[in-house]
Design a protein. Structure first.
Length: 575
């Protein structure tokens, strides 16, 4: 009989959640509980703030007091520095949920000592842990402890003692370390005795700075192995997984309007699927923002919330411009259904901009989002990073069943059906807008390139922006193909004149036929009268002939009677 392997669960280590958005996701629960974690990186990459966030979240969110041992910063300076993250550290200290201890170590004192050990640190750290019942510990930084040691054997032995002592105390620890030359740390030993190693990096590419994180190792646990961008702002630390939800989101069958009745008619008259990602690309002035405004207005008309992420125009400018086409977006802003977030991506960089968008969505909880335009992101990063950001944003919105409307500025011939960021394959629907030049004028046209799961029109429609909004004219094909603008007007006028001429000619021929019909009818009437006279005369002649025959027959009968009487008389005389 086979063993029931489904009922067996693989052993997993217990984890301590960090409370840092994204990090707990890629570590599948947090840092190894009761074990040390090495946090290494160069200066300015965020090691100290990262460590303090770990302690602060532990005390506030998970009721786990913490101890911070600083070798370089004074407690007062440390409290001020993390105050930029809105952390009320002084309150936690007063409530005995957090302890900060500064240990002053001079390098020359380490060099002059004989045998080197960490017994003094153990005593001091043990007292701090026991005084508040700490469950979390941070030691910042480990180079200060061993800065004057050149003996690798002593260094490795003391490192192992420190890590084993922390394990015996049952605390979840973070030990920070400076990046070495070709190694993760200066000594190149700390990563080997740590149960978990996290590498932080602050790199500059094309004058754009980006902080990144990589989990180098994690004993006893699966973990994300890629590099993940992270940001530090007034809301704390946020790690951005490359894909936060994978492809496990649900697909809704509900349909919602695009806000343009003629466009909905091209989509079976029902619009787009809720939760889908829609891309509209086109050259400058083709009507992308106007189409986006219709989409946002339609969402608000349904009583749903919408966020409009504007990257090139201010909210007041967008609202003013949309009044010209009959859309009053200000009323939706006033009643809280529409929120504008206007920021240039180049102001903070891609990761910060993405994190800001995430937070806006989480706080406002919209059902629809407009991003106008995503091509502006190219000014804040290279194409690969922009593509990665949009991928994460699409997954983030799909996981929340949010319908997203993206615009993209294209250059050259839009008919080539390409985007500079190569994100069209991520989209569920794609609309192309282009300005076609003909007869000395530009005319807008719309082409519905794709709409996944929806039967859609393949016609090229003339795209008009009127005082009552966007109108799509029915496709008009002339002798030389699809006609728009004045060429269409001229062709329509020509066909109208030809149709009028045909109608007039048909009317004239109808009148001629009617005249001829009346003429023939009159002739027929005369002939019928003649025929009736002839028939009447023939009847009279026939009657007269009949009367004559009757008269002759009567006369013959009378004559015969007379002859019979004379013969009888002669016979009687003869007797």
């Amino acid at each position: 009989m086979k063993a029931d392997v489904k009922s067996e669960q693989l052993p997993t280590i217990e984890k301590a959640p960090t409370g840092i958005q994204g990090l707990d996701e890629i570590t599948y629960g947090g840092l190894p509980k009761g074990r040390p974690t090495l946090l290494c990186g160069s200066a300015g990459c965020g090691k100290t703030l990262f460590s303090m966030t770990f302690l602060y979240n532990g005390a506030v969110q998970f009721d786990e007091p913490g101890v911070f041992i600083a070798f370089e910063e004074q407690p007062g300076d440390l409290i001020k520095n993390v105050g930029s993250l809105s952390y009320d550290v002084e309150r936690l200290i007063a409530e005995k949920k957090l302890a900060i201890d500064h240990v002053h170590i001079e390098r020359n004192e380490i060099e002059e000592s004989g045998d080197y050990d960490l017994e003094g640190l153990f005593i001091r750290l043990g007292f701090a842990i026991d005084s508040i019942g700490a469950k979390r510990v941070v030691i910042d930084t480990i180079e200060t402890l061993f800065g004057g040691l050149d003996n690798p054997a002593i260094l490795r032995a003391e490192l192992r003692r420190l890590f084993e002592w922390l394990k015996e105390k049952g605390v979840t620890a973070i030990i920070t370390g400076e990046r070495g030359d070709g190694t993760l740390t200066r000594h190149g030993l700390e990563e080997y005795v740590s149960d978990c190693v996290i590498l932080l990096d602050n790199r500059v590419v094309d004058q754009l700075a980006t902080r990144r994180m990589r989990i180098v190792k994690y004993r006893g646990s699966a973990h994300g192995t890629n590099e993940y961008p992270f940001i530090i702002d007034e809301e704390g630390i946020t790690v951005m997984p490359i894909t936060s939800t994978g492809l496990s989101h649900d697909a809704s069958t509900e349909r919602i309007t695009s806000g343009i009745a003629d466009l909905d008619a091209m989509l079976e008259g029902k619009g787009f699927y809720r939760g889908s990602s829609i891309l509209i690309s086109g050259m400058a002035g083709s009507g992308k923002s106007t189409t986006s405004a219709h989409f946002a207005d339609a969402a608000c008309r349904r009583g749903e919330r919408c966020i409009y992420f504007a990257m090139e125009e201010s909210p007041t400018q967008i609202i003013r411009n949309m009044r010209a086409i009959g859309l009053d977006l200000q009323r939706w802003v006033d009643n809280g259904l529409l929120k504008f977030s206007a920021k240039r991506p180049s102001l903070f960089g891609l990761e910060t901009h993405l994190a800001s968008m995430h937070r806006d969505v989480e706080l406002f909880d919209p059902s629809s989002v407009v991003v106008d335009p995503i091509s502006a992101l190219l000014g804040a990063g290279v194409t690969g990073d922009v593509h990665s950001m949009i991928l994460r944003l699409v997954d983030f919105l799909k996981a929340r069943a949010i319908t997203a409307f993206f615009t993209n500025l294209t250059h050259g011939k839009t008919e080539n059906a390409t985007t500079d960021i190569a994100i069209s394959s991520l989209m569920d629907a794609w609309l192309l807008l282009y300005n076609r030049e003909s007869n000395g004028e530009h005319n807008r046209e719309l082409y519905l390139l794709k709409a996944r799961g929806i039967a859609h029109s393949n016609q090229v429609r003339e795209f008009l922006i009127t005082s009552q909004g966007i109108k799509l004219r029915d496709v008009y094909v002339g002798p030389a193909g699809v006609l728009t603008g004045s060429a269409r007007i001229q062709q329509e006028a020509k066909e109208t004149a030809e149709r009028l001429h045909r109608d007039q000619e048909a009317t004239r021929r109808a009148r001629e036929i009617e005249r001829r019909r009346r003429q023939i009818a009159a002739q027929i009437e005369v002939l019928q009268a003649q025929l009736a006279g002839e028939e009447e005369e023939a009847g009279m002649l026939e009657g007269e002939a009949t009367a004559r025959e009757q008269r002759l027959a009567k006369d013959r009968a009378q004559l015969a009677l007379n002859r019979s009487a004379s013969r009888q008389d002669n016979q009687e005389k003869g007797r």
